[in-house]
Design a protein around this ligand. Structure first.
Ligand SMILES: C[S@@+](CC[C@H](N)C(=O)[O-])C[C@H]1O[C@@H](n2cnc3c(N)ncnc32)[C@H](O)[C@@H]1O
Ligand SMILES: Nc1nc2[nH]cc(C(=O)O)c2c(=O)[nH]1
Ligand code: SF4
Ligand SMILES: [Mg+2]
Length: 247
């Protein structure tokens, strides 16, 4: 079916709707939630654990759904076993008005909405998000941070009183130095560090490698006064379910 430009504009490019599951990362870790994963990303992180959202491998699986269709699918899947929805990707911040409408529909049903994004783009609907995780990317990702965009984004969220946090994934000492710089730049933000998963393609149990990386990161943070107000958290879902999709 060929969608006219207007039609796709009023729609969200959806790759996955899954859950109920448990938020495995950051500020809402442990929260029961439904996931909506959108397609497309303006970054190409070397270690992305969701490459299928932007590498074209699942382009044929992308569905352009209206906000109401997305919510209907979330509710059909989650039934009465959820009250929180997490929008992730890819980068959901590539989406404009249709995402604002989706959030409005969720709030109409008294569902709270979380967002996972990397801080590369602003959207006005960010001010409607209940818990907003911004994950700037360190040098190991191969990506460059646009500090002007991130400064503006953090300033707007702060002035609007949005509950947001900064979460930096750390693979090595260079990422740690990047995190130190991010946290020093935004001293009042809620701060998280997350060990990098080096085995995003591995099947089965990867918990030993993840826990070893977490132990390394614990030691770095314990030793460094720059991280006195930081929380260090694993990807819980990866510890429990490995790289399984839709978990
Ligand atoms: C898949 S991304 C999608 C949302 C957005 N593009 C972003 O990066 O924040 C969701 C979260 O997973 C993290 N992530 C992606 N690949 C990872 C990996 N290999 N190890 C640890 N965290 C990873 C990202 O840093 C981000 O915090
Ligand atoms: N359980 C679970 N928690 C998550 N937190 C962030 C995720 C993501 O891919 O954005 C994610 C995910 O894919 N699964
Ligand atoms: S910004 Fe997020 S989705 Fe995009 S490539 Fe990086 S980790 Fe993957
Ligand atoms: Mg994930």
């Amino acid at each position: 079916m060929t969608l006219t430009r207007t039609a796709t504009e009023a729609r969200l490019p959806v790759l996955e709707v899954f859950g109920p599951t448990i938020q495995g990362e950051g500020m809402m870790i442990g929260q029961k939630t439904m996931f909506v994963r959108t397609a497309g990303c303006d970054y190409r992180c070397a270690w992305c654990d969701s490459k299928f959202t932007w590498d074209g491998s699942e382009r044929h699986l992308v569905r352009h759904l209206t906000p109401a269709e997305v919510l209907a699918e979330v509710c059909a899947l989650g039934q009465d076993r959820f009250q929180h929805v997490t929008v992730s990707g890819g980068n959901p911040a590539l989406i404009g008005e249709p995402m604002a409408e989706f959030i409005r529909l969720c709030h109409e049903r008294e569902l709270r909405v979380g967002l996972e994004t990397q801080g590369s783009r602003w959207q006005d609907w960010f001010t409607e998000i209940d818990d907003l995780s911004i994950s700037p990317k360190g040098p190991s990702s191969g990506m460059e941070t646009d500090w002007d965009v991130l400064d503006d984004l953090v300033a707007r969220l702060t002035s609007h009183g949005v509950h947001f946090s900064l979460k930096v994934v750390v693979f090595n000492a260079a990422d740690l130095a990047f995190a130190r710089a991010v946290f020093a730049r935004y001293p009042h933000a809620e701060k998280y560090l997350q060990p990098g998963n080096e085995d995003v393609a591995a099947a089965g149990d990867i918990s030993r490698r993840l826990l070893d990386k977490l132990a390394w990161l614990f030691e770095q943070v314990i030793a460094d006064k720059a991280f006195n107000d930081v929380r260090v958290l694993p990807q819980l879902h990866a510890l429990v379910w490995g790289n399984k999709r839709r978990k």
